[in-house]
Design a protein around this ligand. Structure first.
Ligand SMILES: [Cu+2]
Length: 183
């Protein structure tokens, strides 16, 4: 497999560019070559909190890469400069960071309005969740593998939340946003 040297913008991203050994293929047809379909593009936005309640420093960083594993998606997220030893929620969201703080979660099967935040739709296989716990050095890396790739134009950001995600897909305040360049 060719390394994507040209995409190595910084060290954090470099870590994410090595596909998993032994390619995952949800359809069971055998291995297929992963294709990078998108990545975190631009700077992590840490949302202003006038009450001083945002624990993420403004100079924190994040990088993400999405791979098409042959109809399924591997999505990786790495962060640095975060508070040590703390839980955060994170998800793939529908809208850009500057549009309503990225709107709601990307859902493969789109819920009827009244069921958006129910376990039937807000779950770990219908949405891409990337909850993580930071290490003592303030870094973390996490990945999720989903049996789908996002619809064209359907996913535009990763939001980092104040708490781990509960069974209804809720994870508290939106603390930061990473723009995602996806098809
Ligand atoms: Cu979210």
């Amino acid at each position: 497999m060719k390394k994507a040297e040209s995409k190595l913008m910084y060290g954090l991203l470099a870590l994410l560019l090595v596909p998993a050994a032994g390619c995952f293929n949800a359809s069971g047809d055998g291995p297929s070559d992963p294709t990078m379909i998108g990545q975190g593009q631009g700077v992590l936005t840490v949302f202003n909190d006038v009450m001083g309640g945002n624990p993420i420093p403004m100079n924190a960083t994040a990088a993400a890469v999405a791979w098409d594993m042959g109809g399924s998606m591997r999505l990786t997220l790495a962060v640095a400069g975060f508070p040590a030893s703390r839980d955060f929620g994170a998800h793939l969201h529908k809208d850009p960071c500057d549009t309503g703080k990225a709107g709601g979660h990307y859902q493969h099967n789109v819920a009827p309005m009244e069921q958006v935040s129910t376990p039937a739709y807000a779950n770990t296989t219908n949405e891409a969740w990337l909850d993580f716990t930071t290490k003592a050095d303030g870094t973390a890396s996490v990945e999720t593998i989903q049996p789908w790739v996002p619809r064209a134009g359907g996913a535009k950001a990763i939001i980092i939340h104040a708490m781990r995600t509960d069974m209804n897909g809720k994870a508290g305040d939106k603390l930061a946003c990473l723009p995602m360049a996806l098809p």
